[in-house]
Design a protein around this ligand. Sequence first.
Ligand code: GDP
Ligand code: IMO
Ligand code: MG
Length: 428
Amino acid sequence: MNSLVIVGTGWGDEGKGKITDYLSQKYDVCVRFQGGNNAGHTIKFNNNKYALNLIPSGIFNEKISNVMSNGMVINLKALVNEINSLKSKGFDCKNLYISNRAHILFPYHMELDEVFENLKEDEKVGTTKKGIGPCYTDKSMRTGIRVGDLLDKECFHKKLSRNLSYSNKILSLFGGKTFDFNEIYNEYISLIETIRPHVVDTSLFLNKALEENKKVLFEGAQGIMLCLDHGTYPYVTSSSPSASSVSLNCGIPPQSIQKVLGITKSYATRVGEGAFPTEINSDLSDRIREVAHEYGTTTGRARRIGWLDAVILNHGRRISGTTDLAITLLDVLSGIEKLKICVAYSLDGREIDYIPSTIEEFNRCKPIYIEVDGWKEDISNAKSFDKLPENTKAYIRKIEELTKIKVSLISVGPDREQTIEIKESNLF
Ligand code: GDP
Ligand code: IMO
Ligand code: MG
């Protein structure tokens, strides 16, 4: 087993960073394959806590190569800050490789994000305002600027002047702030020097690694429900976190993907706007939010809380080929008497077991639940599946039964050590 893709099964923040860091200990390469610094991944080990936005979560393991692929949009200033912050904590980042085909996210993309959100009035997506949508728009419009373009001053000058003049025109049309060419040009010409030694053709790099039978971990940001094609459009991000996008976003053959580990919380959360059928608005959601510190790593926004949704897990299995599940934040459910799992939706009087294509229909979906017994015990120190309370085991088995996907990892706390591998799992 040489390649494994890590995919969020919900609306992001499932604990992908924690699991990627954990698995990286036994892999040779870790690749972030989409998104930008809209992502926020929290990792804890040895009593330290780290937050990553752009750099792959394998960076804390010295032996592993970390790759930022062509599918990413990179805020260069944020990346340089992230590298410097890691260096100041003793992680030298020498093993970081950045795609020359990844797109650069500029300050005007962030302003465009703000302007377009405001235009949407009462239909705002609730983006992270990091400029992700406008940067991917430039990519599709074929006006974007890629990492490789910055390595050549003349080429960068020409492309920035074209892209900025076009963006400034749009910004002035909609009352946004416009940007000065020289300021951006000079700043970015200096920023590129920090990352110049790390820039490579990551497709060539990854093909070579796969040919040499290196073990490669692909780390997705966000989650399937935020997928541009298969999520709750238009309340989604502007890339695809699905395993099917790995090949295109990394420049490797589709046959290279062997296993897909879907990361799911033991309940559900969402940040930003958009339908959320199993959302809970009661003392219970407040309690879960406080116990699990459910506030966004990137924006600090309070996360919305809901029950686990098996319809969504099955959607992920179909879209992304989930072969294994990692259940995270299982410790958070201790002390809740009865737990609900959504097994289907009622839509206009019909029962359905899939995600409807329109947001209008998804808004009308009412969850159909089964109820199972909870457990009282603190499980945050459990070291094996056998040591878990019977009701916890039954909850896990129920998830396997409803999704037909085997659970291979269980996380019972934020620390690297608080991870239980199911013996017969084959994730390494
Ligand atoms: P990501 O975006 O998918 O990497 O997830 P985030 O890091 O944004 O959010 C997950 C949060 O849950 C972080 O604060 C983690 O430290 C924390 N976390 C991860 N796994 C567990 C777990 O098993 N139990 C608890 N209590 N917290 C966890
Ligand atoms: P990680 O990798 C949770 C959400 C935003 C918004 C929508 C579009 O930490 O799981 P965008 O800025 O991407 O245009 O916003 O997507 N969103 C996330 N929610 N976790 C994330 O990343 C997210 N990245 C984007 O809140 O609803
Ligand atoms: Mg996150």
